[in-house]
Design a protein around this ligand. Structure first.
Ligand code: SF4
Length: 198
């Protein structure tokens, strides 16, 4: 019967063969016949060589299963966290490569940067760039607001000025904050302000 039901014409009694499409029709046919003649089911079945040699049943619940479940749970948790925690606003800060710093005509030490903003939402937003407060440092922007369409990027020239009468460092970390007009999206990025290289 198992040979007659096989769609690929395999005689499974000769063992597993390369033409088998794993449809399990022979297993059902075999079990049906075994039921009728009163013999145990499973003459044809999915099994392993180890199980056949050791004659032990496959343990469905095993420490390895719990280990796999734990790994899958951690991976799924990480993916969900990454998706839900993702801020659809990107900021990248590049320093002026030509000069580390310069002094303007008011005697202030200037560091220049290009701040690249990318609106990764599906709607237009207007973003504001601010400098995290730091004594002696101030921010100058070419535009106060940066309106961006959905998916649009913009390179904004930005200067940070240091008052040499106030600052007493050669180099410090500075943080630029970008906030959408409704306050829904906020990102921050650090860079360096230096008094060297004039
Ligand atoms: S599983 Fe399907 S294809 Fe494979 S031997 Fe059995 S009946 Fe044939």
């Amino acid at each position: 019967m198992c040979v007659q039901v096989c769609p690929t014409g395999i005689d499974i009694r000769d063992g597993l063969q390369v033409g088998c499409i794993q449809c399990a029709a022979c297993i059902d046919a075999c079990n049906e016949i075994m039921d009728k003649v009163g013999y145990p089911r499973g003459l044809i079945r999915y099994t392993t060589e180890r199980q056949l040699s050791e004659k032990e049943n496959t343990r469905v619940i095993s420490p390895r299963l719990f280990a796999y479940l734990a790994v899958i749970t951690i991976l799924c948790g990480g993916v969900i966290y990454a998706l839900t925690d993702r801020v659809p606003l990107e900021i990248d800060i590049r320093r002026d490569r030509n000069q580390l710093s310069s002094v303007n005509n008011q005697g202030m030490i200037e560091n220049s940067y290009i701040v690249k903003l990318t609106n990764k939402t599906q709607e237009p937003h207007t973003y504001t760039i601010t400098l995290a407060p730091q004594e002696g440092l101030s921010l100058e922007l070419r535009f106060n607001d940066v309106p961006l369409e959905a998916g649009e990027s913009f390179d904004m020239p930005v200067s940070i000025y240091g008052d040499p009468k106030v600052i007493d460092f050669e180099q410090t970390s500075v943080t630029l904050n970008v906030t959408s007009e409704d306050g829904q999206y906020k990102v921050s990025k650090q860079n360096v302000f230096t008094t060297q290289g004039q």
